[in-house]
Ligand binder design. Structure first.
Ligand code: BES
Ligand code: MN
Ligand code: ZN
Length: 506
């Protein structure tokens, strides 16, 4: 799919379909007014007869409107101005993308005049249009014998004024890069455990490095991790016949001596729980337990695509958590890369075990900030449901930056406290730390565990257990959540380096 910024009168657009908006109570947005004028009142007549109202969610496909070059005019209802939140804009974009797809047309031009959302930010509105249309057209077919029918829609024009064109073009480039990153994260996330193994994740990172000269990759095998002393990460994969991997991608977009920002992903390619075996119901969904890793791959791809003037390190801790005769048992004690010992009271709390060694390893890059992304706790779903990512951090400024980035990118997080009081729940009689903290505040104690390994740098933890995938029906599948937030965080940092880049508002 190609996106393009276009200019000129809406009635003269050479395309199969133009999309214009009507506000509540039949008020024509400027492009719709232009269509109406060119067609001697065609839209007003529909409004007068009650066939068109401008209610939010309304869609009317009109054919051969007099005076309009395009064969079709799709009129969408924009609703009342006070109804226009991100959520409504996303619904509107998704609905119009579905209509365009179903209409089987190859090209369309969207002329919503900035009135479809409540914002006065052409960059953001345009970027969201690109991201959300792409997300709506996403189809997974890697493991289907019959491939999905190709989508006929090939080109989408976004009609902007001449003045907004430059801003729109920047938004379009960023939007396409982020959309591709999201799509990669969904593709990787959706793969089954028998295909997406730790070695497969490593292969994905290697092909990313082949695609972009700005990315270098290094993959540590079990012998190398053993030699380093990554006892916690290795304990998780011990029962699996799939060898564990530590995958390190280095993107260089800034000066060589500039401190990198690190993204660290949980890559459990299947989580049975290990000897602390999970119940059988819906266990298939534990193939999604590498969605943190998938979002690191997606974000790295987007960063390379946008050529951000920063250095970024992507680290993936990849292992499969299986029960076996040689698997780690409850009560086993391991020594982590940091030297601290851990009593593994529950082998199902494995994410923090792979992450703690990956986080210690990350110290060697002297990072300016470190963000880990993980489907870490079922408790996060209880606390925040399926809308918000859980955010915990040892640095308020970093937490704030991520919350803002999530807000701007419509990929939001909500902060939970990382108070010292919670740390006691991790006390062990036999090791330095226990790997579980009991039922209360499970998301917080998981983050407390990680905080023991992140003292050397500014760190934030994103628990994506509730948002990384949808569980039901046709929607079942990975969401790519956190790629937009992470990209926005990095875009904002890039903006500080190169302030004449795009204006991201606020
Ligand atoms: N991958 C799971 C967390 C999870 C569960 C994410 C369900 C999404 C849906 C994680 O490894 C896990 O099993 N966590 C345990 C921790 C507990 C043993 C302290 C959990 O949440 O039950
Ligand atoms: Mn688990
Ligand atoms: Zn897990």
């Amino acid at each position: 799919m190609d996106f393009e910024i276009v200019n000129g009168p809406v009635e003269a657009q050479e395309t199969e379909c133009i999309v214009v908006g009507v506000e509540a109570e039949g008020k024509l947005a400027p492009s719709a007014a232009a269509v109406d004028a060119a067609s001697s009142g065609y839209l007003k007549e529909l409004i007068d007869s009650g066939d068109l109202t401008g209610k939010a969610g309304e869609q009317q496909m009109l054919y051969r409107v007099p005076g309009i070059k395009a064969r079709r005019v799709l009129v969408v209802g924009l609703g009342k101005s006070d109804e226009r939140k991100d959520r409504h804009y996303r619904k509107l974009v998704a609905a119009l993308a579905t209509t365009l797809k179903k209409a089987g047309i190859a090209s369309a031009t969207i002329a919503l005049d900035g009135l479809a959302s409540d914002q006065d930010d052409v960059y953001r509105e345009t970027r969201q249009l690109v991201e959300w249309i792409s997300a709506e057209l996403y189809q997974y077919d890697t493991t289907k014998s019959k491939k999905a029918d190709p989508i006929r829609l090939e080109r989408i024009g976004i009609l902007l004024s001449e003045d907004d064109t430059e801003l729109g073009e920047g938004a379009l480039l960023d939007g396409v890069a982020i959309a591709n990153g999201v799509s990669t994260a969904r593709d990787v996330g959706n793969l089954p455990g028998n295909i997406c193994t730790p070695s497969h994740l490593a292969e994905r990172a290697i092909s990313l490095a082949e695609q972009y000269d700005s990315i270098k990759v290094e993959v540590l095998d079990e012998a190398q991790m053993e030699a380093l002393g990554m006892g916690a990460l290795l304990a998780v994969g011990r029962g699996s016949s799939q060898p564990s991997r530590l995958i390190v991608m280095q993107y260089q977009g800034g000066d060589a001596d500039e401190k990198p920002h690190a993204l660290v992903g949980k890559g459990i390619t299947f989580d049975t729980g290990g000897i602390s075996l999970k119940p059988g119901a819906e266990m298939d969904e534990m193939k999604f337990d590498m969605c943190g890793a998938a979002s690191v791959l997606g974000a790295m791809e987007a960063v390379a695509e946008m050529q951000l003037p920063l250095n970024v390190v992507g680290v993936i801790a990849a292992a499969e958590n299986m029960p076996a005769g040689n698997a780690t048992k409850p009560g086993d004690i391991v020594t982590t890369l940091s030297g601290q010992t851990v009593e593994i009271l529950n082998t199902d709390a494995e994410g923090r075990l792979v992450l703690c060694d990956a986080l210690t390893y990350t110290e060697r890059f002297e990072p300016a900030s470190v963000i880990d992304i993980a489907t870490l706790t079922g408790a996060c779903i209880i606390a925040l449901g399926h809308q918000a990512t859980g955010l915990l951090a040892n640095d308020d400024e970093l937490a704030e930056a991520l919350l803002d980035a999530g807000e701007y990118a419509a990929d939001r997080a909500w902060q939970l406290p990382l108070w010292d009081e919670f740390q006691e729940q991790l006390d062990s009689n036999f090791a330095d730390i226990a790997n579980i903290g009991g039922r209360p505040a499970g998301t917080i104690t998981a983050a407390c565990f990680l905080s023991r390994f992140t003292k050397e740098y500014r760190w934030a933890h994103l628990d994506i257990a509730g948002v990384a995938w949808n569980s039901h029906g046709k929607e079942k599948g990975a969401t790519g959540r956190c790629v937009p937030m992470l990209c926005q965080y990095l875009l904002d940092l890039a903006e500080q380096v190169e302030p004449d880049g795009h204006d991201h508002g606020e």
